[in-house]
Design a protein around this ligand. Sequence first.
Ligand code: TYM
Length: 334
Amino acid sequence: KRRIFSGIQPSGNLTLGNYLGALRRFVEKQDEGIETIYCLVDLHAITVWQDPDALRHQTREAAAGFIAAGIDPERSILFNQSQVGGHAELAWLMNCVARMGWMNRMTQWKDKAGKNAEKASLGLFAYPSLMAADILLYHATEVPVGEDQKQHVELTRDIAAKFNHDYKVDFFPQPDSVIEGAATRVMSLRDGTKKMSKSDPSDASRINLTDSPDAIAKKIRKAVTDPEPLPETLEGLEGRAEARNLVNIYAALAGKTPAEVLGEYGGEGFGKFKPALADLAVSVMEPINAEMNRLMQDPAEIDRILGRGAEQADAIARPILEKTYEIMGMVRSR
Ligand code: TYM
């Protein structure tokens, strides 16, 4: 049985990267009628310092962003991770299956902890094990993500396989990552070699779901590019990371392929392409932004939606968690 699970950290504003790489795909899967479970992973967010009031606000705002982008709480389960205790519980069990060496090889860990691993939280190191627990807790089969999360989903497969092997069971299915579309890796607007990220200190590097139309247009106008006109073919984007990024963003927003975009704009300079991209971005983001602001007028309603989603998620997760405890030899008598 197909079941989709994915998550986004409420550790800052949702970006255009989150939207094109993940959220848009989430809506497509829901609209295909597959069972979909989407989670605001607040337990992952706190692996680096989060101001409590800001975290609460960002969690509600991200929920509003999901709904505004088309996630329908009647058709998808939408909740925040900490409201379903099974995530933390299964993460502990998976901590005892996963190996230190596997965690050490994670590129996100190496990037985030850098040379200062001694000062990183223990949670940041164990982060991929909690992510594996998120997915395995629902026996999810597909995990739509951007390219940067591929390694974590592969690790999830390794953890599932080791569990099944060690306990001689065929219990956890192997989830597949689903990485689709023209914008699976949206880059910073200031540096075409860096991923667009909610945690980049420069706000000009990213477009936020909360940005006004003026802010979006300004950031695109100021995006770093080379001085050459756009090429006619994809090969012409070789070695032009910034140009490629803007073409990919345009393609994803327009629902076209990058080749089609070059068919339209090849030979044109950025003086023409950037305003067209800005108009397109605003036309897609503006309605989402407006709906998000409307939903944020009633945070109690958002909390109700997350609470109800958590109950639905828990109903799926609890039996799977109980079975996991049983397989591992825990006495369960209450
Ligand atoms: P996070 O919060 O960093 O990002 C959420 C989703 O957005 C995608 N994404 C991007 N896609 C394209 N271009 C970008 N610049 C870009 N930036 C982010 C990410 O690939 C991701 O799909 N560990 C995860 C959250 C998580 C999770 C899970 C995901 C926790 N548990 C279980 C799937 C399943 C993360 O930090 O995503």
